[in-house]
Each structure stands twice: as structure tokens, then as C-alpha cells.
Design a protein around this ligand. Structure first.
Ligand SMILES: NC(=O)c1ccc[n+]([C@@H]2O[C@H](COP(=O)([O-])OP(=O)(O)OC[C@H]3O[C@@H](n4cnc5c(N)ncnc54)[C@H](O)[C@@H]3O)[C@@H](O)[C@H]2O)c1
Ligand SMILES: O=C(O)C(=O)C[C@]1(C(=O)O)C=C[C@@H](O)C=C1
Length: 368
């Protein structure tokens, strides 16, 4: 594909999309801009983009595709700005924002039928921000929602899908309001819960200073996303306000229900409550990013000695295999010292298994 792509916002998502496009289409020319000069300089240095441009006009006028990868409030202003500019006649403008309704409505209002806008949202990410966290395979196996309108030229949708092929995401089409209802439940509201749990722990920390030191596996797992960009989440909540207000009421009802069971010591009903939740969660797709991140875990039976973690990571480093997480677990009965190492994808997991078996006698297994 010999096209020019202009990326506005060179952070985690913009950078990851640029890397995925370049991997699939080395001939594509990727221009980029970021209000944070340092991000743009690093993007150029890491060859995530081919060239930095000084102004939006410079990049937009040369582009066949414009990708807005900024926080959602900025995306609205950028649409305003672009709507007043001379662009190539068949340019396709898209975004990556976590909310869709407001953005798509705004684009329809500002662009009318003059310019093609197709809303987009790659449903995978991280609590990390910035260009240095970008990865070409971030969206592999994730849903990538596109929200074209009924009037969008099907050829333009196909063109955009073709451009995004390298993301290896599952590209699907959806109405913006349906998108916002779904993401409200499985992404936006859980973020509020994560942040509120951290606030709660902090309040109790005054009374029990050990809280900070003892906050372990479960608390860390459920609150990981509270470390994400506050600006991004502020804007998402304000964009999806109506959906979230409805979810606050729903959640309060949920809390009242379980509170009543605890208060009345309804042991059997409490058990049922957890069984129900476990069954639903265990049934969610595993090897797919999105609501539940995909975990490519390798388990290694290791002896219990202090240097074992660095021994294992040393073997993996020798073969340049990156890991995303490592933890000693004792969840399997009667087996002591199981190391769980997580990887980005299945390929890395398989290579890691072969690597550990090559350098050590430890038993390794996938556990799924
Ligand atoms: N982080 C995630 O997990 C995730 C996942 C899917 C979609 N998204 C969406 O992707 C978008 C970007 O998020 P991110 O995680 O990449 O954030 P990020 O902070 O890593 O990157 C955003 C970049 O946009 C730049 N920027 C802000 N305003 C700008 C402007 N007016 N012009 C040019 N650059 C500007 C910032 O300086 C920053 O470098 C958001 O809309 C977010 O809702 C995020
Ligand atoms: O994995 C994470 O850290 C995320 O929060 C990713 C996540 C999500 O909620 O699933 C966050 C916001 C995006 O719009 C899409 C993906």
C-alpha cells in the first residue's frame, strides 16, 4: 500500500497503530504530530513515524488517511479544525477514541458529506501511556470497532479495514450508541470501580498503615487500570455520562443486594452469588483481548531458592524473549514453587517453553 497516513497524537495507541501499519505496509509513509514535542521526537527516533510535521495543515493536506489518536475531547477540537481545511478529496478520517457517540455526531455535524469520517476504537490497551509503551501487536486478536454511518461509502470502509490489516485485530462494525453502552459496562464503569477501591484503601491507610504494604495479588489485579492516564479517563467519563449515570444506579442496586445477603448471613445465597459470577467469568473468551486481557502464561516448576526468578529471566533474556509479568504462585495444591510467566503472544510463549527446557531441567506447562 503506497499511501500517506497522518497520525495526530503519538502516544500508546497512535504509536501502536503506526507500528502495525508499517509492519504490514513498509511502503506507507507515516507522518505524525503531537502537542508534546518530546513524544514526536521519540516517535521519529524510534522510527515509529517517517517524519514529524510542524503543523496539522502540513500533515493533513498530504494525507490519504488521517488518524486522530488523541484524548477524546481533543479529538472533537481536531475535527473542528480539519473541517475548515482543504484536504485530499478522498481522504478517510478516523479516530481511536474510547467513546463513539459524541465523536461520530460531531464529525457528521462538522464534515457533513464533504469528508469521509469513520469512527474507530481498538478495544485493547494498557494502563501505560506514551510512545515508549507502543507495540505493533497491541491489538492482535482484540476487537477493533468501526462505526460507519448508513451513508458511508462501503469502498471507504474496505479501504480503512485494509489499512488496519496489520493490527491483526478483529475489525467489526457497530452503531456508536451500542458501542458506548457496551464499553460503559465492560470498560468505563470498571475503571470507576478500580479508582474507587484505591480511594477506599487510601482512606483506611490512615488507620492501618500496613494496608499499603499488604495490598497484594487480588487488590493489585482489580486496581491495575487505576494507574491509567487520568486525563484520558476524565474525558471518557464526561463523554459517556448518560450511560455511566445509569450504571451507577445499577451498581448501587447490585451492592444493596449483596450487602443484604451479608447482613442476613445468607450463606447459601452468597455462595450462589459467587458461583454465578465465576461461571460467567470463566466462560468469557480466553485467547482474545478486550473485556478480559489474553494471558499467554507459562508455568514452570521451580525449586524454592532466592535467585530462581533471575535465573529464569536470564535464560529468556539470552534468547531475547520479552515477558509481560512474572509471579510465584501457590494455587495448585501440593505443588510448591510454581513460577507463572506471562507473554505478549502465543509465539513468545512457545519459544519461552523451548528456551527453558533447553537451559534447565525444570518442568514447564501451559496449564490451559
Ligand atoms: N490507553 C488505552 O488503553 C486505550 C485503548 C483504546 C483507545 N484509547 C483511546 O486512544 C486515545 C489515545 O489514548 P492513548 O492511550 O494513546 O493516550 P496517550 O496519552 O498515550 O497518547 C495521546 C497523545 O495525544 C497527544 N495529544 C493530545 N492532544 C493533542 C492534540 N491536540 N494534538 C496532537 N497531539 C495531542 C498527547 O500529547 C499524547 O502524546 C484516547 O482517545 C483513548 O480514549 C486508549
Ligand atoms: O488493559 C487496559 O489497561 C485497559 O484499560 C484497556 C481498555 C479496556 O478498558 O479494556 C481501556 C480503554 C480502551 O478504550 C480500551 C481498552
Amino acid at each position: 500500500m503506497h499511501k500517506t497516513v497522518f497520525l495526530v497524537g503519538l502516544g500508546l495507541i497512535g504509536g501502536s497503530i503506526a507500528l502495525a501499519i508499517k509492519k504490514e505496509y513498509p511502503d506507507c509513509k507515516i507522518l505524525g504530530i503531537d502537542i508534546d514535542e518530546e513524544q514526536a521526537d521519540i516517535a521519529k527516533l524510534l522510527t515509529v513515524i517517517d517524519d514529524k510535521v510542524e503543523t496539522i495543515e502540513m500533515g493533513a493536506s498530504a494525507a490519504d488517511f488521517i488518524i486522530l489518536a488523541t484524548p477524546v475531547v481533543q479529538t472533537l477540537s481536531l475535527i473542528d479544525y480539519l473541517s475548515k481545511m482543504e484536504l485530499k478529496q478522498k481522504v478517510i478520517v478516523t479516530d481511536v477514541g474510547s467513546t463513539k457517540q459524541k465523536i461520530v455526531e460531531h464529525a457528521a455535524d462538522k464534515f457533513g458529506t464533504d469528508k469521509i469520517f469513520i469512527g474507530g476504537h481498538p478495544m485493547a490497551g494498557s494502563h501505560k501511556s506514551g510512545i515508549t509503551a507502543a507495540k505493533p501487536h497491541l491489538f492482535e486478536n482484540a476487537f477493533y470497532v468501526l462505526t460507519p454511518s448508513n451513508n458511508t461509502d462501503p469502498a471507504a470502509i474496505d479501504e480503512l479495514k485494509k489499512l488496519l490489516k496489520g493490527t491483526k485485530a478483529n475489525l467489526i462494525e457497530m452503531a456508536p450508541d451500542e458501542h458506548d453502552s457496551i464499553t460503559g459496562v465492560i470498560s468505563h464503569f470498571p475503571h470507576v470501580i478500580a479508582a474507587s477501591l484505591v480511594h477506599q484503601a487510601e482512606r483506611f491507610n490512615h488507620e492501618y498503615p500496613m494496608i499499603k504494604r499488604m495490598a497484594a495479588g487480588g487488590f493489585r489485579d482489580i486496581t491495575r487500570i487505576a494507574s491509567s492516564s487520568p486525563t484520558m479517563w476524565r474525558d471518557i467519563l464526561l463523554h459517556n455520562k448518560e450511560e455511566l449515570l445509569h450504571l451507577f444506579n445499577d451498581w448501587q442496586h447490585e451492592m444493596d443486594t449483596i450487602r443484604a445477603l451479608v447482613e442476613a448471613e445468607e450463606a447459601e445465597k452468597l455462595h450462589d452469588y459467587f458461583i454465578h459470577a465465576k461461571t460467567y467469568r470463566d466462560g468469557l473468551p480466553q485467547r482474545q483481548k478486550g473485556a478480559i486481557p489474553a494471558f499467554y502464561d507459562l508455568y514452570i516448576d521451580v525449586p524454592d531458592y532466592p535467585g530462581v526468578i533471575s535465573e529464569i529471566t536470564g535464560y529468556l533474556a539470552k534468547e531475547q524473549i520479552s515477558i509481560t509479568n512474572i509471579r510465584i504462585i501457590e494455587t495448585r495444591e501440593e505443588i510448591y514453587g510454581v513460577l507463572r510467566v506471562s507473554f505478549q503472544n502465543e509465539e513468545d510463549r512457545k519459544e519461552a517453553k523451548a528456551c527453558i527446557e533447553k537451559y534447565s531441567d525444570y518442568d514447564t506447562f501451559f496449564g490451559d
